[in-house]
Design a protein around this ligand. Structure first.
Ligand code: ZN
Length: 233
């Protein structure tokens, strides 16, 4: 029956029941448009959350994303700082290479000389970037995935070093375990370079994640965004 006053019956779509809008109410698409931004999650009823939202990965990229990213970034920054201190010790203080071990390496020299710890860190970094990646959407996602690709290669280089340490044989006839790009760039500089190369796209991704464009903000399931800005900005 056609009539402007009578309210149509709710439509059933899949397992969700979508109530037809009352007269004067914005439609669902209009509502999304009007409130696109951080408040859009408030529109979703709990039962409309995808099932994966309740898994560990779902929580890590939803309600726990902010805390998980903060913890992860502290680890990343501390590790990068150690590489910078090491470079400072070698280049500015002119310490012999085997003594330029960063801050922690002064107290625990085995930290620097343990290939398995270097490999372990590269692996944790790779897994961390990968696990936290679904939370990144739009422009921030492209940058975060760039960091993932670079870290994947960095991790392969460490796997090669680790493999040589386990096998007790080195590649390319070198006196110490040697990775591929190390054929052209010495280890201290190379790994400072690798860590910086991963860090920069991570920082750009974080910027776009914390200050997303409105369309990106509308798709975010986490609470990381401080404010959104128009897509045209
Ligand atoms: Zn987030």
């Amino acid at each position: 029956m056609e009539g402007g006053i009578q309210r149509p019956l709710p439509r059933i779509q899949g397992r969700r029941i979508i109530s037809a809008p009352r007269l004067g109410e914005p439609t669902t698409s209009n509502a999304n448009h009007v409130t696109a931004g951080m408040t859009s999650t408030a529109l979703r009823a709990p039962q409309s959350q995808p099932p994966e939202a309740h898994s560990l990965l779902g929580k890590l990229n939803g309600p726990w994303h902010k805390r998980a990213l903060q913890a992860f970034m502290i680890i990343v920054v501390v590790h990068l700082a150690e590489h910078l201190v090491q470079a400072y010790q070698a280049y500015v203080l002119k310490w012999p290479l085997h003594q330029a071990r960063g801050v922690l390496g002064q107290a625990f020299p085995w930290l620097v000389h343990s290939e398995v710890l270097h490999y372990g860190y590269a692996l944790i970094m790779l897994v961390g970037i990968w696990m936290l990646s679904p939370g990144f959407v739009g422009r921030s996602r492209a940058w975060w995935l760039a960091a993932l690709v670079i870290q994947f290669w960095h991790h392969i280089e460490h796997a090669l070093l680790q493999g040589q340490a386990i096998a007790g044989r080195t590649l390319f006839g070198a006196p110490v375990p040697t990775s591929i790009v190390q054929l052209w760039i010495p280890r201290l500089e190379l790994h400072l370079f690798y860590n910086t190369l991963v860090f920069v796209p991570m920082m750009v991704a974080m910027y776009y994640h914390v200050f997303p464009r409105v369309p990106d903000a509308a798709r975010m399931r986490c609470s990381c965004a401080l404010r959104s800005h128009p897509a045209t900005a």
